[in-house]
Design a protein. Structure first.
Length: 78
């Protein structure tokens, strides 16, 4: 999905509480939940045999990951 920015993404994930919570909350709510995993937006699309678009979160939000990383880099460097 974003192989060139993956290392930067993980670096930011560990450095920034907001980014960590953005990733961790849906992971626990959907991906790691026996009760909610079938309610995940990405799961529903895959179940229909399609590929979810990049940046689609489990709760159905669309996030431009590359743009978010770039914006966060700027904030970290300032």
């Amino acid at each position: 999905m974003f192989p060139d920015d993956l290392l930067e993404f993980f670096k930011l994930l560990n450095q920034d509480q907001t980014i960590y919570e953005f990733v961790a909350k849906p992971t626990y709510r959907y991906c790691l939940s026996k009760e909610n995993c079938t309610h995940c937006a990405r799961y529903k699309i895959k179940k229909d045999g399609e590929q979810p678009p990049p940046g689609l979160t489990p709760d159905g939000q669309k996030v431009d990951i590359a743009d978010s990383i770039v914006q966060r880099k700027i904030a970290l460097e300032e």
